[in-house]
Design a protein around this ligand. Structure first.
Ligand SMILES: CC(=O)N[C@H](C=O)[C@@H](O)[C@H](O)[C@H](O)COP(=O)(O)O
Length: 226
């Protein structure tokens, strides 16, 4: 198991519309995170994964976001996208493990192919307890709460912060290590995740997205006591 128990993993991702988009910025983010004590990274796409691999030996959870209007699944939907990030240096491949339609092989087959053909650990992003149990049964190495709040079924929970209830339910139900990911945006929430039995916590936006962090502060400037 590559992700150590108790680890903080930092997600270094910036989409094309973000001023920090690109491997130079994302590898600098990763260096800063490692200097701060992060024990692993999550990164999107072969270029960013390769740039982070070049500056660190810490475990990289690689994803490949592929948007296709015909399908809701965009996180590593098929074997080809998984292969590209494995070749770029990802130690662990994260994928959408919901049963939603995808332009790729069914999730059980995708997990098996990544394990058997790419020889990589599989990190299953789920949104419900049932999906987590299924991914565990299919051989995923980690089950993560990443997609809670981002599927039609779970959209209502997004406004409530991270899905601590799903985290606890997964910890109780599967022997696979459970990772807290998605809106863990304060040190207190990270501590709460470990109290509930998380194996590790992945933090993205709150550490690596200055635009979104700035928005929160600007929002505070607009608050007025009544
Ligand atoms: C739903 C989805 O596509 N999540 C993505 C998965 O890679 C990222 O956009 C998130 O930033 C990541 O999961 C970390 O979460 P947060 O940024 O909330 O700490």
């Amino acid at each position: 198991m590559l992700i150590p128990k108790g680890a903080l993993v930092v997600s270094c991702q910036a989409r094309a519309d973000n001023p920090l988009h690109g491997p130079i910025f994302m590898s600098a983010m990763a260096r800063a995170a490692a200097a701060g004590g992060a024990q692993g990274f999550r990164a999107n796409g072969a270029e960013d994964v390769a740039a982070i691999r070049a500056i660190s030996t810490l475990p990289i959870i690689g994803i490949s976001k592929v948007w296709d209007d015909r399908f809701p699944v965009y996180i590593t939907p098929d074997f080809d996208s998984a292969s590209r990030i494995a070749a770029a240096g990802a130690d662990i491949i994260a994928l959408d493990a919901t049963p939603r339609p995808r332009n790729g092989e069914p999730v059980d087959r995708l997990i098996a192919r990544i394990r058997n053909e790419l020889k990589r650990e599989v990190f299953a992003d789920v949104s419900t307890l049932e999906e987590g149990k299924a991914a565990s049964a299919h051989g995923a190495s980690y089950i993560a709460t990443t997609l809670s709040g981002y599927t039609d079924e779970t959209a209502a929970t997004k406004a409530d912060g991270p899905d601590l209830d799903l985290l606890s339910a997964l910890v109780a139900a599967v022997s696979t290590p459970v990772i807290a990911e998605g809106r863990f945006d304060t040190p207190d929430l990270v501590a709460a995740a470990f109290e509930r039995g998380a194996h590790a916590v992945v933090v993205g936006t709150a550490i690596t997205n200055p635009r979104e962090i700035t928005k929160k502060f600007v929002h505070a400037t607009q608050r007025r006591a009544v």
